[in-house]
Write a protein that binds this ligand. Sequence first.
Ligand SMILES: Cc1cc2nc3c(=O)[nH]c(=O)nc-3n(C[C@H](O)[C@H](O)[C@H](O)COP(=O)(O)OP(=O)(O)OC[C@H]3O[C@@H](n4cnc5c(N)ncnc54)[C@H](O)[C@@H]3O)c2cc1C
Ligand code: SF4
Length: 517
Amino acid sequence: MELKKKNYEYIIIGSGFGGAMAAYTLAQAGKEVLIIDRGKWVVRDDSCWDEVRLHVKNPMYRGETPLYVDQKRGQIEEMWTDDTVGGMSTLYGAVSFRLREQDFLGAPVPGAAVRDEHSAWPYKYEELAPYYDKAEKLLGIAGIAGADITEPPRKTDYLHAPEKKLSTPSAKIWQASEKLGLHPFYLPMAINFSGKYGKEKCISCSTCDHYLCKIEAKNDLSVMILSELKKKGATVIDNTRALRINVNGSKAESVDIIDQDSCQSVTVKGKKIIVAGGALHSPYLLLCSGLGGDDSLIGRYLYRHANGSVIGLFPYKTNPEKKLQKQAGIADYYYGAVFPSKEQPIGVWGMIQDVSSIGKEVVKQNTPAGLKSIAGFLTDYFINLQCMAEDIPQYNNRVFINNAKRDKFGMPGLMVYHRYLDRDLKARKALYKKARRIILKAGGLPVFSMAFNTYSHAMGTCKMGVDKNNSVVDPECKVWGMDNLYVMDASVMPSGGSVNPSLTIAALSLKASAQLV
Ligand SMILES: Cc1cc2nc3c(=O)[nH]c(=O)nc-3n(C[C@H](O)[C@H](O)[C@H](O)COP(=O)(O)OP(=O)(O)OC[C@H]3O[C@@H](n4cnc5c(N)ncnc54)[C@H](O)[C@@H]3O)c2cc1C
Ligand code: SF4
């Protein structure tokens, strides 16, 4: 553990979108910052594009302790996260959307074309817009303003243009969508398509989403923010976990941290402490620190999008050049159907996106014995469309701790309980139906649809709001009742619309940290 001292002005726990952007603002303002992450700095070598080394045999960045997820019928399944400096950004798909203006008014109400004010944001899109501008600039987002028909207003165009040449599968989807009268657009991406920032230009490979970028052309947080902060003097310690925040009355005084290899532990004092461990780990840390009580909302209102994909089988290899297959977005169904029916819910549905096929070896690993070879073989013949529907935040969906399960550091088990509402499943199903039409038009056969059961888009759990009885943090991300404790990450989002969340997390953290300064 490279800790120079035991007393810092600001301690930030977690270096994902929330933590890194808060650190950026504070460091720019000349503040002294300590950033702690339990993940390691990623290694930029051949392993970055090797799915077996990354995900199959002894996954390289797998965290030390599992999540215990309550699946249907009360079965507890262990799930693992990949921990890196930069949070999930290093492995993410780089799609970087703004929430739509209406999303700030709250999640849809089942059966009605209105929004639920309980999950409304405490501010409107216009207030976050300048921070979206800033986040896009810091992350070097490439896109085309005005092409997405649901895009909220913006003052300027994107700084960079996307890669205009579509890969073969993306071109198929694009053409089929246009034939159906839809409006495909280039997904806004945190990818360096033009060789800026003194880095190599993206080579448009097929191993991007769920992989690391060997040449640092994916503008993840370790590339764009954290390495620079380190050079400028911020202290970033990796492979170190915050176990507990020591609280005295309304003051958070210090953090107990532990080196995950040596198990050496230290207590570090901070004048202000920012928790940015993500929507599963931030509430977990607060609960482990004794915050929360019977009527506390810490951990409540967990949501994650109703995500899934439709898989189309084609009579030829769909991506023979092995190029990036995440280029086209289709927002025509974002606000749902003009004439809702029993099967087509009223109100918001969500977004359809081009998405890369899952790697052969990962597919084989998750396929029953006997079918592994055929499943692996068929991946070359697939084109997938991701369907992302809103997941309405519900009180009963939550993260909580179980003292009967202890990990190697003696910490309680992190338990996850989540069920979807019927409306959200119907919205996803309605999107599946539209995605099938596109695949058929492109000349493929939609063979199956697959729900994503991961928590990669976890949000909620430390809800932000104006009423302390209905939220965990105030609009400036300070924990209600505490003088110097903040949460800045996906957990504070009161509702999450139906677009990928990273840019919104970055923007809200830039806003809250600017207010803090
Ligand atoms: C494979 C994949 C693809 C994705 N693709 C996209 C995409 O294309 N577009 C998009 O918008 N979103 C995408 N996402 C989701 C996006 O990455 C997350 O929403 C976002 O990273 C969440 O940011 P965060 O700051 O809330 O948390 P995180 O990114 O999870 O960061 C939290 C950090 O805190 C650290 N931490 C947690 N607890 C502790 C502790 N106790 N002590 C020390 N450190 C701690 C973790 O190690 C982690 O580094 C994807 C996610 C995955 C997994
Ligand atoms: S597609 Fe571009 S950014 Fe993504 S991993 Fe490949 S080279 Fe890197």
